[in-house]
Design a protein around this ligand. Sequence first.
Ligand SMILES: Cc1cc2nc3c(=O)[nH]c(=O)nc-3n(C[C@H](O)[C@H](O)[C@H](O)COP(=O)(O)OP(=O)(O)OC[C@H]3O[C@@H](n4cnc5c(N)ncnc54)[C@H](O)[C@@H]3O)c2cc1C
Length: 482
Amino acid sequence: MSRVRHVDALVVGGGSCGCVMAARLSEDPSLEVLLLESGPGFASLGDVPSEVTDSRLLPVGPSSPWVDTYPAELTPSTPRVIARGRVLGGSGAVNGGYFIRARPSDFDAWPASWSFADVLPYFRRLESDVDFTGSAHGDAGPMPVSRVAAGARAPITDMFVDAARRAGFAADDDKNAPDSVGGVGAVPRNVIGDIRTNSALAYLLPALSRPNLTVEDRSTVLSVTFDGTRATGVLVARRGGVERVAANTVILCSGAVRTPQLLMLSGVGPSEELRLHGISVVLDHPRVGREISDHPEVGVYYSFPDTGRPASLLEAVLHVDDLEIRPYSAAFDRMIPFHPIGDPMIGVGLMKPESRGSLSLRSNDPADAPIVRYRYLEAASDRAALAGGVDLVGDMLGGVVPIAPGSGDPLLGRLGTSLHLSGSCAMGQGNSVLDDECRVRGIDGLRVVDTSAFPVVPTRGPHATAIMLAERASDLVRGTVA
Ligand SMILES: Cc1cc2nc3c(=O)[nH]c(=O)nc-3n(C[C@H](O)[C@H](O)[C@H](O)COP(=O)(O)OP(=O)(O)OC[C@H]3O[C@@H](n4cnc5c(N)ncnc54)[C@H](O)[C@@H]3O)c2cc1C
């Protein structure tokens, strides 16, 4: 092992949240900040390959160099491989570009200090909304927010919006408005022109010239080190060796799969499980990796003329009850190189599922992906809601476009995940993993700031809420929270 460096704040993972944390913390010149990212990084916008910024592509197909893949169980009989970003910018660098706020009522499940009134200033601070102004919207933040105007949309989107309006659903033009009540309308996107922005582009690269900020890519943290129950730094694999880095504060931003795995590998997790894998227990934390949540999605395939490759995979959605109906604007194989689904699809996403899953260690080897069990559809109410959504799509569109019937189980064969995994190290009361400042309970000097920290998956896509979380958590670390 070589030299021991020491920093004030060590951010593990340069994804959606990690880039925000490193950029915001390094605004304080008295803080020495180090960001370690497992995947490849970039020194300037000009270095970023177009497939990472092209909103018409999701570079998550087989052999993509920008993702990590994990075998997962959606249900015990439905294995899938899930992908997450492994590149500066993280999953936000490879995602669908749909960038919508959680609903105000979602924060009822969060600790009291994260009410909608507490978080709205941070939703405003993170964005520059080019379509809406006023007290609920931001106009000077790093993340651009735009919508595709009616008339500029893919034909399938316009056809879907018209069908939803004819079926009696309300127009919902500003889905980020606090008083939006659902209905059909344009999706807010972190896309300008054909460029999908992510937090590396928006926050981190512009801050790289700061002398107190260091970013090291291709650096995989293996574990957190401790002195008793105080986190002292990390062990990181880079350039063929293992180094120790010491830090006053370690902030885990490795995403909802790798963060709980890292905690467990470091000795913080359910003690029985840790012992099973020969890991010394630093602190028994029974809820690490437990009660994970995500949005199950069932695909309804249809026939429609090929519409090419539009600027965004999703241009409008219908919110009805706990469902989000997604008329994808192109077949997935158009947007995701080598994707097996070549038929256009309407996605029926369940945004407030009852079922909860779990994540556990496969082994004590950091290179071994953990076991992710979603346990989708376990709750009868989830099944009923999704089946109702599939019927609704048939009723709304059956007369307009021929809907291809699924074979076998009407849900299982077409079941997927929205890739919105949340809650694997949740904030909350009592024995929750994190307190309301994202600190790991019972451990000093260790925080978790990524979608693991969400108490539960929000009822909208998580990306905007993840950036908000990191914006506010950076103020909590600096003691400057509004
Ligand atoms: C294909 C896809 C499409 C999606 N589409 C949408 C969408 O359209 N809208 C939406 O709202 N949400 C979408 N999501 C979800 C959203 O992008 C994520 O919830 C969000 O980006 C997660 O942010 P994060 O900071 O928690 O984790 P991530 O952005 O995943 O960041 C984790 C980072 O940590 C790094 N890392 C992991 N382990 C280590 C380690 N040991 N050492 C160092 N670095 C490490 C990873 O390489 C990664 O860069 C999508 C997700 C995916 C995967």
